[in-house]
Write a protein of this length. Structure first.
Length: 165
């Protein structure tokens, strides 16, 4: 899985199973035994990325200051997005912004609510706002081919600034 994460992060969906196998130092048949198709491998990589998001949002929720937790999450997400083409191309665009079912979405909503209650965010800020704003800058930066993490973090900072009271 580590090799698949690296290769897909670098090349996006253009990555091939033979490239993943070569990075892992195994034959492509070994990869195909675990993942019968490239789509299965991409799905596994996407699930791994969603697990990372769940874990990172959960860590943000543990921060005593919800605004600090949200800021840390947005910075880490920007850093990850700058380097990870599968997260940009396969995972985030296919996530329905209207869905409120995921653990990460519910946890993010609690963080935003707590930050709102402490006065760190504007009174009408929602988790949906955070998701839409991340999706907006992520889509444009991805389309422009921007991979510099500093640029991505700059836009994450702008998201926070937009949500401040």
């Amino acid at each position: 899985m580590a090799a698949a994460l690296e290769v897909f992060a670098e090349k996006g969906l253009k990555a091939t199973v033979p490239e993943v196998a070569a990075r892992a130092g195994v034959g492509k048949a070994t990869v195909y035994r675990s993942y019968p198709t490239k789509a299965d491998l991409v799905r596994a990589v996407a699930e791994h990325q969603l697990s990372w998001i769940d874990a990172r949002v959960a860590a943000a929720a543990e921060e005593p200051d919800p605004y600090v937790g949200l800021r840390g999450f947005l910075d880490d997400m920007a850093e990850r997005l700058a380097h990870d083409l599968v997260l940009l191309i396969e995972v985030l665009p296919k996530a329905d912004p209207r869905t409120q079912e995921s653990t990460a979405t519910r946890t993010l909503a609690r963080i935003v609510e707590a930050a709102r209650e402490q006065g760190s965010l504007r009174p009408d800020a929602t988790a949906m706002d955070v998701r839409v704003l991340i999706g907006g800058y992520a889509r444009v930066l991805a389309d422009l081919g921007v991979r510099d993490p500093a640029v991505w973090r700059r836009y994450a900072g702008m998201v926070l600034a937009a949500l401040r009271p």
